[in-house]
Design a protein. Structure first.
Lengths: 157, 793
C-alpha cells in the first residue's frame, strides 16, 4: 500500500506517495534525485548514507521514509550556500580528505555531527567518532586532518 | 614557471563535485523507460541445476522477463574469456573451462548467477526473484586451496584434473638446488596469504540499453577499464562489433582491482536489454558484492632460503598453491605468476631463485587482482622469510637486509626471475626508514612499554614492485592476450582551452588533477582551462584502463607524447608566422619564441590560427590542433621502499595497537606530493587491514561464505590505524618521459609484512614463532596461550 509522506529536505517542503517499505535513502535518491547520499553496505557499517534528521546524524539506509514524516532532513546537497562550500567541505578539499568520493558525503555529514557535539575534537576523538564510517581510499589520515581543520574553521559552531 | 604544474600540491579538480554530492556514479544514472534486474544466485557452492520454474515469478506484479542459462545457450552466448594464457611446466596450456555468464548446468560457487529477473521496479524484481524455483542437486564442494588437488577432491570442472588450472614454474631449479647444498643455514617457513574481499565502498552497478533504431548497445558500468570491457564482451562473449557498442564508466567509487574484470552481470544485462527492448539497471547489494566480486590473494606457500655463513642469501625456493576460485577471471592467471613469481628476488642479490605455482580451482568466488595483485603476496613471503632468517641467525634484521640489498651501483640489475630493474636506491630507502623510526633506540622504547605491561615490537618490510604495466611485446611473449599501452588525445581548442581524452580511468587516483598539472607544465595552460575526459569509449580513442599503478607511468607518458606533437605542430605554425626557421623556435611556459630574440607568439594565438588559418603554412601543415598518441612502455617501472611498523600488544587481551608506521618510498618523479601521500596512506591501510582485521572465511565443508557482510568482514576503521609518517626518496625512472614509477599499490605491497614482523617481534619473548594473518585480538591471544602452554610442557 502506498503511503503519503511529507517532510522538509534541505529547507524545502516535499511530499510524495511511496511504497511503505521505501527506505529514506531510496526516497532521497530515487524520488527527489538527491544522489549525493550513497548506499555502500545495506547493513549500517559504512556510513556512506549518513544524513541529518532533525539535527542528528542518521543512516538513511536503515530508516524508513515513513519514520522521517514531518522531519527536517539535511543532505550533502544542502550544505554549500550560494555556491560556497561549507567550511567542513572546504576543509576536506584543502586537506585531500577524499579520493574516489563515494564515502565522502557520509563522512562530511558525520563530521558535522561530531563538531556539533564536540567543537574541538582531538585526533583520538575524531578517530573514535568515525567508527560508523568506512573509507577504503584515504587510510583516514587526511580525513582526520580535514575534520580537525573543519572544526577549527567552524569556530565551535 | 607555471602555477599548478608538475610537483605542485595542487588541490583536486574533482573535489567540488564529490563534496557537494554531484558526482555521477553508475547507480546515480537513470535511463528513460528503464527496468530493473535482480539476479537469482546459487545458494550452493556446488550443485547441478536440474530445473528452473519461473511461472510464479512471471505472474508476479511488474515482471517483464525471467532469463536463464538455457536462454543464453539457445542464443549462442559465449564464455567470459581470460586475458592471459599461462603454460604449465610441461608446456601444456592452462585449462580454460567454459564460463557461460548465466550458469546453464551447474552452479560452482555460492552466488553463481542462475537467472535474471527483470521487472518495472527494483522491489518487484527482488520479490519475483524469490519466486523463481530452482531444483538443485547439491554436490560436494572443495573450498580450501590447500585441499583442492588432494586425491578424491570434488572437481570444479571435469576438464581440470585434480582441479589444476596450471602448474607453472620460473627460475633455475638446478642452480637453486646447488645453492642449498652450499648453505651454512637454511630458513624454512610455511605461510598462508589470506583470502581478501576487496570491498570498494561503491558496489558494482550496471545499466544496459539497446537502441533498436541504430542497432547499438550502451553499457554503463562501474569499471576500471571500459575499453577492455567493450573488447572482451563485444568480441568474445556477445559478438557485438566495437562501433555498435558504447561502454561508459562514469565516476567510480573505488576499484582496488575488483572492477577490472569483465563480469558476468555486464554481459547478461547487455544481452538481456535487447531481448527486453528496454534499459535494464542493476546495482549490487553489498551481500552480492561479497559473493560475486572477485576476491584477492588466497595462497598457501612453503618457502626456503639458503644463507652462507656470513648471512649472504644464496638461493630461494618457493612452492605456492594459488586459488583461482570457480572460474578464471579476466587477469586471474597472470597474478600468481608474472606479477608474483617475477618479484621473488625482491630487493636482494639472491643469485638463484626457483618458484613453482600451482593454480587451483575451488568452489569459491573467482580470485583476481586486489590492490598490489601478486606483489603483496611476494613481498609478504620474502619479508617474513628474511625476518625469520635474521631471528634464526641472531642478526639484526636491518643489518641482514643491508648485507643482501642490491646496491645502487649495480643498476640496471637483471634478476634471476626475468625482470630487469632500471634504477632504485634500496639502501637509502632502508636507512631513511630506520632513521625515521629510531631503529637504534627501539630497545629503550620496548623497556618503557614493558614497564606498562605491554609487549612492544618493531618490524621491517623492504619491498620492490613492478608496475606501469607493461611492454606489449614482453607481455605477449609471456601469454598476455592484449597490448598494455595507453592512449591520449590532446584537443587544443581555438580560444585556448584544452580537453584531454585519456584511456586511463581514475576511481580515486586523482587523474583529473595530475593530468591537468602535466598539461599546465608542458603547455603553459592554466589548469582551470584543462578538462580531462575519461571513461567513455565513444569519446576516448582507446584505452587499457587503470590498474597496476599504471595511470601516470603509461597514461601520463601517452599524454606527454601527444603534448609533444602539439608543440611540434605549434612550432611549424609559429615559424611561419614569425618568419623564422622551425629549428630556431623554442617553446617554454606557453610561448613560442625565435631563439635569442623577443619575437614570440603565445600558444593561444597559435591555437586560434590553427583553426582560423589565414596566415598559415598550408603547404606543410594541416589546420587544427588536435593530437593523439599511444605509448607502449619500454619496461616495467620499479617503485621500491621500506616500511617499518612499531606496535604494542596487550598480552592480557591480544589487542594490537599500531603506534607508528614509517614509509619511505621511491616513486620516481612526483607530479603532486599531496596526492601521492594520500595514495600511500590508503595503500598502507589496506595492507594493515589484511594484517590485523580482514579475512574472507568460507565454511570448509559447505562453501558458504561466513564473512558475507560488513558486520562479519572487518575492514580497518579510523581507530585501527595511526597517522602515518611518509617520505619519498626520488630516483627518476630511466625509461619514460616523466621519470615516474606509480604509487597506487605500494602501500599495500609493503605494509602487511611490516605489521606481522612487528607483531612477531613483540611476541618473540613469549616464544611465538608462527603467525598467519589476521592479527585479530582473539587470534593473537590464542597464539600467546598456545606458546605459554608449550613453554609449560
Amino acid at each position: 500500500m502506498p503511503i503519503t509522506v511529507s517532510m522538509t529536505v534541505n529547507g524545502k517542503a516535499v511530499s510524495a506517495s511511496v511504497e511503505e517499505r521505501t527506505l529514506l535513502v531510496q526516497y532521497l535518491r530515487d524520488h527527489l534525485g538527491l544522489t549525493g547520499t550513497h548506499v555502500g553496505c545495506d547493513t549500517s557499517q559504512c556510513g556512506a548514507c549518513v544524513v541529518h534528521v532533525n539535527g542528528r546524524s542518521a543512516k538513511s539506509c536503515t530508516m524508513l521514509t515513513a519514520q522521517a514524516e514531518g522531519a527536517d532532513v539535511l543532505t550533502i546537497e544542502g550544505l554549500a550556500k550560494n555556491g560556497k562550500l561549507h567550511p567542513m567541505q572546504e576543509a576536506f578539499r584543502e586537506n585531500h580528505g577524499l579520493q574516489c568520493g563515494f564515502c565522502t558525503p557520509g563522512m562530511v555529514m558525520s563530521a558535522l555531527d561530531l563538531v556539533k557535539n564536540n567543537p574541538n575534537p582531538s585526533e583520538s576523538d575524531i578517530r573514535h567518532y568515525l567508527e560508523g564510517n568506512i573509507c577504503r581510499c584515504t587510510g583516514y589520515h587526511n580525513i582526520i586532518k580535514s575534520i580537525a581543520a573543519g572544526a577549527k574553521a567552524m569556530g565551535g559552531r | 614557471m607555471v602555477e599548478n604544474g608538475i610537483g605542485a600540491r595542487t588541490k583536486r579538480k574533482e573535489d567540488a563535485r564529490f563534496l557537494t554530492g554531484k558526482g555521477t556514479y553508475t547507480d546515480d544514472i537513470n535511463r528513460p523507460h528503464q527496468t530493473h534486474g535482480v539476479f537469482v544466485r546459487s545458494p550452493h557452492a556446488h550443485a547441478r541445476i536440474k530445473k528452473i520454474k519461473a511461472d510464479k515469478a512471471l505472474k508476479a506484479p511488474g515482471v517483464i522477463a525471467v532469463l536463464t542459462g538455457a536462454d543464453m545457450v539457445a542464443d549462442k552466448v559465449n564464455s567470459l574469456p581470460c586475458g592471459w594464457l599461462i603454460h604449465s611446466k610441461d608446456g601444456s596450456p592452462m585449462v580454460e573451462p567454459p564460463h557461460i555468464p548465466l550458469a546453464p548446468d551447474k552452479a560452482r560457487h555460492v552466488g553463481d548467477h542462475v537467472a535474471l529477473v527483470v521487472a518495472e521496479t527494483r522491489n518487484q524484481a527482488r520479490d519475483a526473484a524469490e519466486l523463481v524455483e530452482v531444483d538443485y542437486e547439491p554436490l560436494k564442494a572443495v573450498v580450501r586451496v590447500g585441499d583442492a588437488d588432494k586425491p578424491g577432491a570434488p572437481l570444479v570442472h571435469d576438464q581440470a584434473k585434480n582441479n589444476i588450472c596450471y602448474d607453472w614454474h620460473l627460475g633455475d631449479k638446478a642452480a637453486v638446488d646447488e645453492a642449498f647444498k652450499k648453505a651454512a643455514h637454511v630458513t624454512k617457513l610455511d605461510l598462508i596469504n589470506s583470502r581478501l574481499i576487496p570491498n570498494a565502498i561503491e558496489p558494482r552497478s550496471a545499466i544496459a540499453e539497446y537502441d533498436s533504431a541504430n542497432e547499438r548497445y550502451t553499457l554503463y558500468t562501474a569499471s576500471q577499464n571500459p575499453h577492455v570491457i567493450r573488447l572482451l564482451m563485444g568480441a568474445f562473449v556477445l559478438g557485438i562489433p566495437e562501433h555498435k557498442l558504447r561502454v561508459v564508466s562514469p565516476d567510480v567509487g573505488g576499484g582496488f582491482g575488483s572492477k577490472i574484470p569483465h563480469y558476468a552481470e555486464e554481459a547478461i544485462l547487455t544481452w538481456a536489454s535487447k531481448k527486453v527492448g528496454r534499459p535494464i539497471k542493476w546495482t549490487a547489494e553489498r551481500s552480492e558484492s561479497f559473493l560475486s566480486d572477485t576476491h584477492g590473494r588466497d595462497h598457501v606457500s612453503h618457502v626456503e632460503l639458503a644463507l652462507d655463513k656470513d648471512g649472504k642469501f644464496l638461493g630461494l625456493r618457493v612452492a605456492t598453491k594459488a586459488a583461482m576460485g570457480a572460474y578464471l577471471s579476466t587477469f586471474a592467471s597472470a597474478i600468481p605468476t608474472y606479477l608474483y613469481g617475477t618479484l621473488l628476488a625482491g630487493v636482494y642479490t639472491t643469485p638463484a631463485v626457483y618458484v613453482e605455482v600451482k593454480a587451483l580451482f575451488t568452489h569459491t568466488a573467482p580470485v583476481d587482482a586486489l590492490r598490489g595483485a601478486g606483489r603483496p603476496e611476494a613481498c609478504y613471503l620474502l619479508e617474513r622469510l628474511v625476518e625469520r632468517a635474521a631471528w634464526e641467525t641472531k642478526t639484526d634484521p636491518v643489518e641482514l637486509r643491508r648485507k643482501n640489498v642490491i646496491p645502487k651501483s649495480a643498476m640496471p640489475y637483471q634478476t634471476p626471475v626475468a625482470l630487469q630493474y632500471d634504477c632504485g636506491d634500496f639502501v637509502k630507502n632502508l636507512d631513511d626508514a630506520a632513521k625515521a623510526i629510531g631503529w637504534a633506540s627501539f630497545a629503550n622504547r620496548r623497556e618503557e612499554s614493558k614497564k606498562r605491561g605491554m609487549l612492544r615490537g618493531i618490524g621491517v618490510s623492504h619491498y620492490i614492485e613492478a608496475c606501469g604495466i607493461a611492454p606489449s611485446a614482453v607481455v605477449g611473449a609471456l601469454g598476455g592476450r592484449a597490448g598494455l599501452y595507453e592512449s591520449a588525445e590532446v584537443r587544443f581548442h581555438p580560444t585556448g582551452s584544452v580537453t584531454v581524452f585519456t584511456g586511463s580511468h581514475p576511481h580515486g587516483q586523482s587523474n583529473e588533477t595530475t593530468f591537468a598539472q602535466i598539461v599546465a607544465s608542458k603547455l603553459g595552460v592554466p589548469i582551470e582551462n584543462v578538462e580531462i575526459v575519461h571513461g567513455d569509449t565513444d569519446r576516448v580513442p582507446f584505452g587499457m584502463g587503470t590498474y597496476g599503478s599504471r595511470s601516470i607511468a603509461v597514461g601520463g607518458s601517452a599524454l606527454v607524447k601527444a603534448i609533444d606533437k602539439v608543440i611540434a605542430k605549434g612550432k611549424k605554425i609559429a615559424a611561419h608566422q614569425l618568419e623564422a626557421s622551425e629549428a630556431d623556435i623554442e617553446f617554454k611556459d606557453g610561448v613560442f619564441r625565435v631563439a635569442g630574440t623577443d619575437k614570440q607568439k603565445a600558444i593561444g594565438e597559435i591555437a586560434l590560427s590553427a583553426y582560423v588559418p589565414h596566415n598559415f603554412p598550408h603547404e606543410t601543415t594541416e589546420p587544427g590542433l588536435d593530437e593523439s598518441a599511444f605509448y607502449d612502455p619500454k619496461n616495467f617501472t620499479f617503485p621500491s621502499g621500506c616500511h617499518i611498523c612499531e606496535l604494542e600488544v596487550d598480552p592480557d587481551t591480544g589487542k594490537v595497537a599500531i603506534l607508528r608506521f614509517v614509509a619511505v618510498d621511491d616513486f620516481g618523479n612526483i607530479i603532486n606530493p599531496m596526492i601521492v601521500e594520500g595514495q600511500v596512506h590508503g595503500g598502507v591501510t589496506h595492507g594493515i587491514g589484511q594484517a590485523l582485521t580482514e579475512a574472507c572465511v568460507y565454511d570448509a565443508e559447505s562453501g558458504q561464505l561466513l564473512t558475507g557482510s560488513m558486520m562479519d568482514y572487518c575492514m580497518p576503521k579510523a581507530d585501527d590505524v595511526p597517522s602515518f609518517e611518509v617520505a619519498t626518496n626520488v630516483v627518476p625512472c630511466t625509461h619514460n618521459p616523466l621519470g615516474v614509477k606509480g604509487c597506487g599499490e605500494a602501500g599495500t605491497i609493503g605494509s602487511a609484512a611490516a605489521v606481522i614482523n612487528a607483531l612477531l617481534s613483540a611476541l618473540a619473548p613469549l616464544g611465538v614463532k608462527e603467525f598467519d594473518m589476521p592479527a585479530s585480538s582473539h587470534r593473537v591471544w590464542q597464539a600467546i596461550q598456545n606458546a605459554s602452554r608449550k613453554a609449560a610442557d
